[in-house]
Design a protein. Structure first.
Length: 339
C-alpha cells in the first residue's frame, strides 16, 4: 500500500474493502503521507469473560490509538464515512447543531423492504461484515456509564420507516455510530438498531450454532478454509443483484430531547433510496449506491477545502450542512420527520 501510494503520488486513500483489512491499509496510507477514509472501522474483540456486559476491544480502538500520530503529522484519517456509519453520524451532527438544545438519545434505525427474486437467502450487503456486526455483542453508550454491551438481537422494537417501507422490527446490533457519536456530540444515550427480520436472524443464529461464523481456518480434506469465507463464497455478490431486487432501503437517525425553544422533541432524519431509481440513474443496487455516494461527497468536500482536519476523526467532527447539501445535489435528498 505504501509503495503504491508513493509510486502514483496518491493524496487520499479510500478504503472500501472488508474491515478485516483496515489496519494494513490505514497504516500504509499513513506511512505514504496520504490522507485516509473508510466506511467501517477496525474490528472489535469481545470481553474475554463478560462479553454481554463489558466491552473488550471496541470498534475503532486500534485506529483511535493512533490519533496523536496522525495529528502530529497533520494527516487526516476520516473513519466511518459510508452510510451507516457515515450519513447517520452527519445527521446526528446536524441535529445537535440546528435542531436541539439538549439531546437525551440518539438512536440510529436502519430498515428496508428489499426483496431479491430467485433466491431463498441473498443479503444486500457483505455477508462477511453482516455476520461480524450482527453476532458480536452490541454496544450501547449512556452518559455516566459509558460503553457497555448486551446480547445480540436484544431489545426488539417496531419502528415505522418512511418511504413506503412501513413497520419493521429492529434489534440491537454492534455498529460504529455508538463508538463515534459520543466522542463529539453530547447525548444521554446512543444506540443502533437494525431491521433484520425474523428469517435473517434465524439464519445468522443457525450459522453461529454450527460454527460457520468463525474466521479461524479449519482443515477440510487437507485444505485450510475459513468457515465464514465459505459461507460468503456460496452466496451471490450483493453488488450484482440490482436487476433482481425490488423495494427501498432507509438509513436514519432518531433524535430525542429538547428543541431550540426548550420544548420536548423527537425527529427522525433519514435517507431513502429506491432500488428502481438507483438502478436506472446509476446502475447500482440501492444499498451499494447509498453506501458509496457518501465517501464520494466527503472526498469532494475535502478536495475543495470545505472540510479540513487532522487526526483520526469521525463524520461528527465536521459541519453537516455542506455534506447534506451536496448529497441533495446527487438527486437523492435527505428528509426529516417529526415523530
Amino acid at each position: 500500500m505504501t509503495a503504491l501510494c508513493r509510486e502514483h503520488g496518491i493524496t487520499h486513500v479510500m478504503n472500501a474493502v472488508d474491515p478485516v483489512f483496515n489496519m494494513s491499509i490505514f497504516e500504509g496510507a499513513f506511512d505514504a503521507g496520504a490522507d485516509y477514509l473508510d466506511m467501517a472501522m477496525s474490528l472489535s474483540h469481545p470481553h474475554p469473560s463478560d462479553p454481554y456486559e463489558r466491552t473488550g476491544i471496541k470498534l475503532g480502538d486500534e485506529q483511535f490509538d493512533a490519533t496523536e500520530k496522525w495529528r502530529a503529522a497533520d494527516r487526516l484519517a476520516l473513519c466511518g464515512i459510508g452510510v451507516e456509519p457515515g450519513l447517520s453520524d452527519v445527521f446526528a451532527r446536524y441535529a445537535a447543531d440546528h435542531l436541539f438544545s439538549r439531546i437525551d438519545e440518539i438512536g440510529v434505525r436502519d430498515g428496508g423492504n428489499l426483496v431479491v427474486s430467485g433466491y431463498d437467502f441473498a443479503p444486500s450487503f457483505s455477508i462477511w461484515t453482516t455476520i461480524e456486526e450482527c453476532l458480536n455483542p452490541p454496544v450501547i453508550w449512556e452518559s455516566g456509564r459509558g460503553w457497555y454491551t448486551t446480547e445480540p438481537f436484544s431489545e426488539p422494537e417496531v419502528f415505522d420507516f418512511p418511504g413506503g417501507i412501513g413497520p419493521v422490527e429492529c434489534v440491537n446490533v454492534e455498529h460504529e455510530e455508538v463508538l463515534l457519536i459520543p466522542r463529539w456530540i453530547e447525548a444521554g444515550k446512543v444506540t443502533f438498531k437494525y431491521g433484520l427480520g425474523a428469517e435473517f436472524i434465524d439464519v445468522l443464529t443457525t450459522l453461529h450454532k454450527l460454527g460457520l461464523d468463525r474466521t479461524a481456518p479449519v482443515r477440510v480434506g487437507g485444505v485450510s478454509v475459513s468457515p465464514r469465507d465459505v459461507v460468503a463464497a456460496t452466496l451471490p455478490d450483493p453488488a450484482t443483484l440490482g436487476d433482481q431486487m425490488t423495494g427501498s432501503t432507509c438509513a436514519g437517525t432518531l433524535v430525542t430531547g429538547l428543541d431550540t425553544t426548550g420544548a420536548p422533541a423527537q425527529v427522525y432524519l433519514y435517507h431513502v433510496v429506491d432500488n428502481e431509481w438507483s438502478m436506472k440513474e446509476y446502475g447500482s443496487q440501492a444499498v451499494v449506491w447509498q453506501t458509496a455516494v457518501n465517501p464520494v461527497v466527503a472526498l469532494e468536500l475535502l478536495a475543495e477545502g470545505t472540510w479540513t482536519g487532522a487526526g483520526v476523526l469521525g463524520p461528527e467532527a465536521f459541519d453537516a450542512v455542506p455534506f447534506l447539501d451536496r448529497l441533495t445535489d446527487y438527486g437523492s435528498p435527505w428528509r426529516m420527520r417529526t415523530q
